[in-house]
Ligand binder design. Sequence first.
Ligand SMILES: *Cc1c(COP(=O)(O)O)cnc(C)c1O
Length: 439
Amino acid sequence: MLNLTKSAEAFAEAKTLMPGGVNSPVRSYASVDSNPPFIARAEGAKIYDIDGNEYIDYVGSWGPMVVGHAHPQVVKALQEAAARGTSYGAPTLIESELAKLVMKVYPSIETIRMVNSGTEATMSALRLARGYTGREKIVKFIGCYHGHSDSLLVNAGSGMATFGVPSSPGVTKGTAADTISIPYNDLEAFSEVMERCGEEIAAVIVEPVAGNMGLVLPRQGYLRKLREITEKHGTLLIFDEVMCGFRASLGGAQAAYGITPDLTCLGKIIGGGLPVAAYGGRRDIMQKVSPAGPVYQAGTLSGNPLAMTAGLETLRIITAEPEDGKADYSRELTIKTKKLLLGWQEKAKNAGVAIQAHQAGSMFGIFFNEHEVWDYEDSASSDQEAFKVWFQAMLEQGIYLAPSQFETLFLSGAHTDEDIERTIEAAEKAFGIVHNLSA
Ligand SMILES: *Cc1c(COP(=O)(O)O)cnc(C)c1O
C-alpha cells in the first residue's frame, strides 16, 4: 500500500492556503477521489514525492518535459544563465536564437512573439485575428482546451471537462455569444456554421490533434477541409499546438498532416519546463502586433532569459542530428510510445477489458470504451469508474499517470526500455483489477 501520509498532511495545509489546495485544478486529484502526492524532486523519467515514493512519470509536467526531468544539458545552461541575471526586460540574443530554431521547424511561422503561457498565446492570437479581420466571432470545438481566457472558456476540455463545467461563471454573456462551439471532427456542423456566418468569423481555433478530451485524433481529411473552408471565407485558421507541437511530430500536427495554418500557438515544450509560450505565423498578420502594428500585447517577463534558455536547450536536444544509423529524437519517441501502447492493448485484451488506445508521436492515451472515440461526446461516454480504479492501481505500482481520462500522457527521451516493460507489467495487474470490478 502506497504511503502518502506526509503528502496528505501537506495537502490539508495547502487547502487552507490555495483554492482546493492547488494552483491548477487537475492537480488536486479530486477527479479520482484521492489526495495528490506532493513532489519533492524529479530526474529523468522518475518523479519522487515527499513520502519517499518513486514513480515512472508519464505526466511530464503535462507535456513540457520531453527530454526528461533535470536533463544535465538544460540544468547546466540554466545555472549559467541564472548567474548572468534572471531578467532584464530588454532584448537579448537568446530570444532571436530560440525564434530562429522554432521557425526552422515550423516554416508556417514567419514572425513570432514569445509570451509566458499557452493561455496568453491563444488569447493574443485571437485578439490579433479579430484585429486583422475586423470580425468578432470565433469558432472553437467542444472538448478542445485553449487555456483560460474568457473567449475560450466555453465547452472547453482539460479541467473543465474533468470537473464537468460547461462554461465558466465570470465569462460575460456577450463574450460567450461571440464564441461558437461545435463538435470536433464533425465537418457537416462546421460547413453549416461557415455557410451561415463565415463572413463574421475572425478565426477558427483548433487543437489539430486534440489532447484535452483525452487524446482524440483528427479524422482523415478533416484538417484539410478546415483549411479549405476557412480560406474561402477569409477566416483565419489558428492551430493551437501548445500540446501537440514537437510531439505529434517534431514539426507538430501541421507537419504530420501537411497543413499550413495562418497562425500557430506553441507552449509547453517550447519552454522546456519554464513558463514560455509563443504565437506566430504569416508575416502580414503578425505585423499588426504592437509595436509594428496597432494590436496591443506585451509582457514584463516575456522572452525572459532563463525561460528562453530552458526552451532553447530542450529544442537543441530534440532537433539534434541523430548519430549514424539512429532514428531522430522524435522518431525514437514515437517508436517507444508505440511499444508501450501495444503492450497495454495486449494486456487489456487478455484481461477482457475494452479500451480504445490512441497515439500521436509521443502523446498517448486510452479510453475505457467499447466504441471508437472521435469527439468529446464519445470521450465522455467512457467508463469513468474503470478509469479511477485503473489510475489508482497504476499509482500503487509506481506509475504516475494524469488523474483524468480527459488528459493525455507523454513519453520522454529519458524513459528506458526497462521503464516501459515495468509499465506494461503494472498495466497487466491494473487491467486485471478493472476486470474483476466489472465481473
Ligand atoms: C496546456 C494548453 C493550453 C494552455 O497553456 P497554459 O500554459 O496552461 O496556459 C492551451 N492550449 C492547449 C492545446 C493546451 O494543451
